[in-house]
Design a protein around this ligand. Sequence first.
Ligand SMILES: Nc1nc2c(ncn2[C@@H]2O[C@H](COP(=O)(O)OP(=O)(O)OP(=O)(O)O)[C@@H](O)[C@H]2O)c(=O)[nH]1
Ligand SMILES: [Zn+2]
Length: 336
Amino acid sequence: MSRRRSPASYDESDVRVRPGRGSRPRSKIRPAHRNAVPGTVVAVDRGRYTCVTQDDERTVIAMTARELGRKAVVVGDRVGLVGDVSGRDDTLARIVRVHARTTTLRRSADDEDPVERVIVANAEQLMIVTSVTDPEPRPRLIDRCLVAAYDSGMTPFLCVTKSDLEDPAKLRDAYAPLDVPIIVTGWDDDTGLDRLREALHDRTSVLVGHSGVGKSTLVNTIVPGAGRAIGNVNIVTGRGRHTSTSAVALRVPEGGWVIDTPGIRSFGLAHVDPAELIEAFSDLAAATDECPRGCTHGESEPECALDDAVRAGGLDPARVDSFRRLLASRERQSGD
Ligand SMILES: Nc1nc2c(ncn2[C@@H]2O[C@H](COP(=O)(O)OP(=O)(O)OP(=O)(O)O)[C@@H](O)[C@H]2O)c(=O)[nH]1
Ligand SMILES: [Zn+2]
């Protein structure tokens, strides 16, 4: 029997409105956003997003609209902007849309940290910068950057700097067996710089590397007037804001974008499946074709073909060791 009640006794808590997809008045939101101005995020600083509009390259500062929720917006994101998009001083636009990303460069603070951070979106290639010396090359960091590149869908290449200080042959030989281009630069090495310009031309490239390897120096050469501070990470971007903790995208005059990132000490890979790691070790991957089914290629695998290849002199033991250290660090985290 249905209860009858007067409107006065009508308690709103009785009313069940299903928040179904169709019940929202979406049409109220959409028309405004249809006119959203397309842009790209070039810098992020404490909730303020510096964007460059697609049509006329105006610099617009924006915040995210509430409806985007807590979704992270990062450098390289293609966004839709509404509100005051004039780009005049003291104006603030709103980002109402973030388009699907073609690539996503992520890292976690360390391998045990489940919180991954998206650093850059939509870049095509990862330029891993390492100096021959001062600071010394860190092969494990390079390996981790390679893993991150493949995981993100970006093509990696190595840029070896400071060849004027020490012969880069050893470093170059170590990475030659990998399927990764290597560009060597140094003071008075114009050929290297030409090759680098060519590699960056008309592409969107992210620079990563340990602090002090010379990223800012390269960026200032490639992008005159970029104003990247040499010797520390305090930089001036957009309308003169100071940023030191996040990436910044800069337009290459001849075409393309370079995205500089602050110097890093480590590159956490908590988000990467351990089974994927071997892809970043292209010099080792072929040997694992001979492994028994289900081999993880770890230290304790009794019949891993990597060991046979090392014994036969076909693989550099240091490379296998480097791979296995990374694998062990990731497997600990996965609970294997
Ligand atoms: N000898 C030599 N020194 C270089 C070269 N490139 C950069 N340097 C020097 O290396 C130091 C560090 O350079 P930066 O460009 O600031 O390095 P960075 O990678 O941007 O460092 P962070 O800003 O900490 O990320 C500076 O003193 C540069 O002058 C090079 O090719 N040869
Ligand atoms: Zn194996």
